[in-house]
Design a protein around this ligand. Structure first.
Ligand code: ADP
Ligand code: MG
Length: 251
């Protein structure tokens, strides 16, 4: 049984086919990278697997279970976490509160559920606090846990977004361009964090434009172009694949 198995995965927006009949398997415990030009359908692909959009056609199996039409908060409960290309954090709240609230919003179906306090909810709130602190320590942010997000660096914000996803104790984490907008040194640090996440037993699937980073990090790579899978393989195979080179250079 494949860990995650996608068959004929397709998403249409009106007349536009953003993801086009993609067959793909994500291997447990590995780092898989999704690459492709802008508009190739990479983020949409993540939105399908994490339940943010229902596919127009095709199927998604997670550990053998059909999750094709499962909504995002139920995907999160099953162990599928993701970050977004544009980080949406509560800028005036602290790093810690962002992780706590974000976690609760993701695993509850409504805002009401997330803030409604019963006795059980209060117990859960303590557990959420403990989990958030543990996660912030894992991503290297424990020292700025009490600082408002508005005052922290872009790179730290990326780590907060990752912490938010990790706080749900996922089996797999999908990262949408985690290294966009940060400098080379920070990119190296982020690659180290991604490796650490994978080493902790969480399967990682990441979208990235920084080729050097991906080539050193990924176990396998899938290339999307105009919504379709045009190649998959090891970093070395992808680097030398003429179809991939054409997609990037041919425009
Ligand atoms: P990538 O992440 O590879 O840059 P996207 O998945 O964001 O690509 O977008 C793929 C295509 O789907 C683009 O043409 C984009 O404009 C379109 N698209 C993405 N999301 C939506 C949406 N919610 N509604 C309509 N079109 C969308
Ligand atoms: Mg994108």
């Amino acid at each position: 049984m494949a860990f995650i198995e996608l068959k004929g995965l397709t998403k249409q927006f009106g007349g536009l086919t953003a993801v086009n009949e993609v067959d793909f398997e994500i291997e447990k415990g590995k780092i898989t990278a999704i690459i492709g030009p802008n508009g190739a359908g990479k983020s949409t692909f993540f939105n399908l697997i994490s339940g943010f959009y229902p596919p127009s056609a095709g199927s998604i199996l997670f550990e053998g279970k059909d999750i094709t039409r499962l909504p995002a908060h139920l995907c999160a409960r099953l162990g599928i976490a993701r970050t977004f290309q544009t980080t949406h954090l509560f800028e005036r709240a602290t790093v810690l509160d962002n992780v706590i609230v974000g976690h609760r919003l993701r695993t509850r179906s409504t805002l009401f559920d997330a803030i409604f306090r019963t006795k059980r909810e209060r117990r859960e709130a303590q557990a959420a606090y403990d989990k958030a602190m543990e996660t912030l320590s894992f991503v290297g942010l424990e020292e700025i846990a009490e600082r408002p997000v508005a005052g922290i660096s872009q790179e730290a914000k990326k780590r907060v977004a990752i912490a938010l996803a990790l706080a749900t104790d996922p089996k797999v984490i999908f990262l949408d361009e985690p290294a966009a907008g940060i400098n080379p040194e920070e990119t190296d640090d982020l690659a180290t964090l991604i490796k650490k996440i994978a080493d902790s037993g969480i399967t990682v699937c990441t979208i990235e434009h920084k080729m050097q980073m991906i080539m050193g990090l990924a176990d396998s790579i899938m290339v999307l172009n105009h919504g379709a899978k045009i190649a998959e393989g090891s970093p070395a195979e992808i680097q030398n694949n003429p179809v991939v080179i054409e997609a990037y250079l041919g425009g």
